[in-house]
Design a protein around this ligand. Sequence first.
Ligand SMILES: C[S@@+](CC[C@H](N)C(=O)[O-])C[C@H]1O[C@@H](n2cnc3c(N)ncnc32)[C@H](O)[C@@H]1O
Length: 382
Amino acid sequence: MNTLPPLDEQAANDCAALCLEITDKIKQNNGFLPFVDYMNWALYAPKYGYYSGRAEKIGQYGDFATAPQLTDLFGKCLARQLLQILPQTAGNIYEFGAGTGKLAVDILKWLPENAWQKYYIIELSADLRTRQKDYIQHNAPQYAHKIKHLDRLPKHFDGVILGNEVLDAMPCEVLEKREDGIYRMGVKNTPQGFDWAATKATGLLLAEAQNRLPESVFSYRTEINLQAEAFVRTVSERLTRGGMLWIDYGFDRKEYYHPQRNTGTLMGHYRHHTVDNPFVFTGQMDLTAHIDFTAIADAATEEGLDFIGYTTQAAFLMACGITDFLAELGDTAGEKYIKTVSAVQKLLNPHEMGELFKCIAFGKNINPDWLGFSGLDLSGKL
Ligand SMILES: C[S@@+](CC[C@H](N)C(=O)[O-])C[C@H]1O[C@@H](n2cnc3c(N)ncnc32)[C@H](O)[C@@H]1O
């Protein structure tokens, strides 16, 4: 905590204003706010939430870097995958949580124009929506008329749905398994600020926790993301034809709820520092939790989608030809090549993003053989 760069004056004021809003919410809720509601407010509160505020979030000057920021070869690989699927559909692309807009531009840069009809962006953050429109206008004005922001979910999807690091940004429940039962974690007010509080878990959350958490292990803290699962269900139900691809950090269920992973995966990101305490810099720090991909697979297949594949990001990008694309850059002594090699290494390296990040995909009424899953198959772990 001592090593974190301080908030500037505006950020400190916004943080204080958001903390007052949350303090009131806790009071209205008899002193206990479920963590999922805290996280929702910290990230998405209309004025002061992390994703609502105007501060730079993604990239070198923000709090975290995502794959599209590292190199356009990430988008080139996705374009190659999309090219295989789009002709079997009406040709639409639906990107959830499009960040800076870079992935959209990168994908479209490599897709032949007659391979796609419309690129729809569904984005919760008003600030990011503005940034995306500006980025597209500056970097791909020729496509701007075919890229459309949607205010609500379409009734039907016909094309390819995709999202990079979107599911992990959805608010999750935090649970604690103790000797005397399973607790739903929440937030209370104290004279020093927010602190953890606990109440016995009940209903669906308790049932899911009993199903997923390891037996005979206590003092065990973890997360369940019912919201992300419900979201995947809704989107799956509306996919009439095409594919759905999610890229995110996470594990299959056995690894996620491993007895030794007893402090969970919830994490804050602030100016490229990781922060364990989610009550630091409320609204100015990103909060995320890893994805239980078994839960995502269950949600999609229970809504009638075909399971397509589950693999590491490294294997997916390799299968889509990332190393060939790198070789095509030529001039191995040039600055572009050297920078791109370093970015690709980060995407592929098992100790960086290569293995922690996974790709999972589903389909409806299309050919299930996708290029990206032709390498390593991890589906047996789900
Ligand atoms: C960690 S950022 C990732 C941004 C971008 N995909 C990238 O890779 O750079 C998470 C994004 O997901 C968006 N998001 C979260 N929940 C969403 C939802 N239900 N619908 C649409 N966007 C959502 C956030 O607003 C934010 O843009």
